[in-house]
Ligand binder design. Structure first.
Ligand SMILES: [Zn+2]
Length: 319
């Protein structure tokens, strides 16, 4: 598997090299003090642990892991980098059990690492999708069993009541996907979420489900396909992009993540969104072609998920 051969890079095995790698990502212009933002008087701490620096301005010590997901962990950084790589490079993701076996850390540690990495993959961007009149596809899917729902309280009629409900949006122009766990699929629940996440000027595409019936009032245009009548799309009116993304998600959840509680589902969604968004960002439109590109061209520079370090900003000075 190409993911394994890519693990031959030195920073996956050597702690000093791992710090050099992380430093080159979080400090492209040279070390920055995470406490005061100072850059001018930073020195290595002689005899200190690997990567330890000291700021001459505020006298505090730090490493490049501060404010990244790798901060305050007893796990070696090179193992973190392996875990991050494995989680991001495998198409369907990787379970805590696989990380546990591959890295030789305890299962509990592997579980903690993968969840922390998934947390880091959550896209904090709140800009509405479909600005400038772009097309946003909206669809929902069902997964697993929501044990918080009691069988007797459930209305009959749809076979999905006991499952977790996932709402996803795909901006067809930017190729970005955004997913969330929702309690139910009523228009009352979904409409505020859609208004919050999609620009008014967007053109939205859905299937014919009733909860989407009045979206034409909230957005510039609402096109829908009649799946019930065997229709799969008319020109721009289709939901094929999001359905393709759901099929990757479902295959991944089935094969890799056997049991997933509702309290963790949002992290798995974030992981799949992250991989989807970063893969398509490679400039390859077609999901299948993108997979091939990832497997065939894993340059070492591309192996680390840069998004994991995106929140790294120096603290503003206290007034
Ligand atoms: Zn400082």
């Amino acid at each position: 598997m190409s993911a394994v051969s890519a693990l031959s890079a030195k920073f996956f095995h050597d702690e000093a090299a791992a710090f050099e790698k992380l430093e080159s990502i979080v400090w492209p212009q040279g070390p920055v003090c995470p406490h005061c933002g100072g850059m001018g008087r930073i020195t290595r701490v002689k005899g200190g642990r690997i990567g330890l620096r000291r700021c001459g301005d505020c006298k505090k010590q730090f490493t490049a892991t501060v404010k990244t997901v790798f901060e305050s962990s007893h796990v070696k950084l090179h193992l973190w980098l392996q875990a991050a790589h494995l989680l991001c490079s495998s198409k369907k993701g990787m379970s805590s059990h696989q990380i546990h076996r591959t890295l030789g850390v305890t299962y509990k540690t592997a579980w903690f690492m993968t969840h922390r990495l998934r947390e880091a993959m959550r896209d904090g961007s709140l800009a509405p999708m479909g600005g400038a009149g772009g097309i946003v596809e909206i669809d929902e899917t069902f997964i697993g069993n929501d044990r918080s729902i009691k069988p007797e309280g459930v209305k009959k009629g749809r076979g999905y009541a006991h499952k977790h409900k996932v709402l996803s949006l795909v901006d067809r122009e930017t190729k970005q996907k955004r997913s969330m766990v929702v309690d139910d699929l009523s228009a009352k629940t979904l409409t505020p979420i859609l208004r919050e996440n999609i620009a008014k000027e967007a053109r939205v595409m859905t299937d014919e489900a009733g909860q989407y019936g009045k979206l034409g009032k909230d957005f510039a245009e609402h096109g829908f396909v009649r799946h019930g009548q065997g229709e799969y799309g008319r020109g721009e009116v289709h939901t094929n992009t999001i359905e393709g993304a759901f099929s990757i998600f479902k295959r991944g959840m089935k094969g890799v993540y056997q049991h997933c509680g509702k309290q963790h589902l949002h992290r798995y969604l974030a992981e799949f969104d992250f991989r989807y968004n970063n893969r398509v960002a490679l400039g390859v439109n077609d999901v299948m072609r993108a997979d091939a590109a990832l497997e065939g061209d894993q340059g070492q520079e591309a192996d680390l998920p840069l998004g994991l370090t995106r929140n790294r900003q120096p603290k503003p000075n206290q007034r």
